[in-house]
Design a protein around this ligand. Structure first.
Ligand SMILES: Nc1ncnc2c1ncn2[C@@H]1O[C@H](COP(=O)(O)OP(=O)(O)OP(=O)(O)O)[C@@H](O)[C@H]1O
Length: 389
């Protein structure tokens, strides 16, 4: 292909935000007598599948139905369509990995940066999806296995850094390095000063580093989750050609893969949080709100470029750190996790209404490579000259 044509088609190349949806299975305790007395009488006699408010329609769509007690002709069944993929309650971690994570990792290995964020209400399975457990390893450990399988005979090294953003005393946002010997960190613009990177020797080492970091992560029991994350957790994977001595270098394969486990938004009524838990919950909800405001502003700006891209990213440390993603400069995928029980209807409905429009967001695929080729520049000059003459 002519370089100029190649450049033009490259300019036009952009991709949409990958929006995935995973429905958490009703756990043993999920086949429960609803806590809300409005649903209790009817639902106690219903089989479990009738209690579900969300069902898979196709591999890309779901139907959301209000519980009987809310129906009364006012709220109708809705269809949400256009997801990159819907994962049913019985989908395995491997299935989620193959369809969602593998393409991101493959691109990362080719030097293309990307970010995956898990977003959803408390207890809906974000941490389970990202980290999993021994018997069901999540996206992180599976990604490590793939990375080491595919780089075993190359001269590249993998670096991992992991940190969390918490709210201290309900007032101040603080960043903690979760790596061994990690300390408090400060953020300057969108960069964290002093974030420690660990060179990973093999996937087991990587898993060990992550599991140790998770032990330091802030978690607490709440009504929604017996081990609820009380912080936003961010993991950075960076792969570097050994010839570049670990330095970020234009010539090297310097792709970065960011994985974010957001703390789940919580409704005060549901969680019954008080005191410190309530302050944490306010912080968690605020970060989720800012995250969503950034994406909404990006979408509105893309639909109508006359609308300015608001600087909401300045309102939380997480979005400051993720600025390039929040401004559509780098590509991003979101996995929405939801619970499908009748009493989860409101949370699920709010999340789907809020987040499904984000699937229209576009990203420039490879901004760093979009330099104009000399032949393209020359052609432009020639055209201008012809116009002047
Ligand atoms: N797909 C799944 N299969 C089996 N168990 C799951 C699944 N998703 C979640 N769980 C279980 O549900 C519980 C809550 O999940 P998890 O802690 O991942 O939620 P979360 O969204 O990260 O919540 P929070 O925001 O409060 O941290 C855990 O016990 C987890 O093991």
């Amino acid at each position: 292909m002519d370089p100029a044509t190649e450049e033009t088609s490259d300019m036009a190349k952009s991709e949409s935000l990958g929006l995935f949806l995973r429905i958490r299975p009703l756990l043993q305790s999920g086949v429960r007598v609803d806590r809300n007395p409005r649903f209790r009488r009817k639902s106690a006699f219903e089989p479990w599948f009738q209690k579900m408010c969300l069902r898979v329609k196709t591999s890309r769509s779901v139907t959301l139905s209000p519980p009987l007690a809310l129906e009364r002709g006012r709220t109708k069944t809705e269809v949400y369509d256009g997801f990159s993929q819907v994962f049913s309650p019985d989908s395995s971690q491997e299935e989620v990995y193959e369809k969602m994570m593998r393409p991101l990792v493959e691109d990362f290995l080719k030097g293309k940066s990307g970010m995956l964020a898990a977003f959803g209400p408390s207890g809906s399975g974000k941490t389970h999806t990202i980290f999993g457990c021994n018997r069901q390893p999540g996206m992180m450990p599976l990604a490590l296995q793939q990375i080491f399988k595919e780089t075993s005979d190359s001269t590249r090294s993998l670096f991992i850094s992991i940190f969390e953003i918490r709210c201290e005393g309900g007032k101040e946002e603080r960043v903690f390095d979760l790596s061994p010997n990690g300390v408090d960190l400060t953020m300057h613009r969108s960069t964290l000063k002093g974030l420690h990177e660990v060179v990973i020797s093999d996937w087991r080492h990587g898993e060990f580093v992550i599991s140790q970091a998770l032990l330091r992560r802030a978690t607490s029991p709440t009504n929604a989750n017996s081990q609820s994350s009380r912080s936003q957790c961010v993991i950075n994977l960076r792969i570097v050609d050994d010839k570049s001595n670990g330095e970020v270098n234009d010539q090297a394969n310097d792709g970065v893969l960011i994985i974010v486990d957001l703390a789940g938004a919580e409704r005060e009524k549901r969680t019954g949080n008080q005191g410190v838990r309530l302050l944490e919950s306010n912080f968690i909800n605020k970060t989720s709100m800012v995250f969503c405001l950034c994406l909404r502003s990006l979408l509105e700006h893309q639909k109508n470029p006359m609308k300015p891209l608001e600087k909401h990213f300045q309102d939380s440390l997480l979005t400051k750190y993720l600025r390039d993603y929040m401004e559509g400069k780098k590509r991003m995928a979101l996995i929405l996790t939801v619970k499908a029980g009748g009493e989860d209807y409101h949370n699920t409905s709010c999340l789907l209404k809020q987040a499904t429009p984000y699937m229209e967001i576009k990203f420039n695929n490879e901004p760093s490579k979009r330099r104009l080729s000399p032949s393209f520049v020359l052609k432009g000059y020639k055209e201008k000259l012809e116009v002047i003459q």
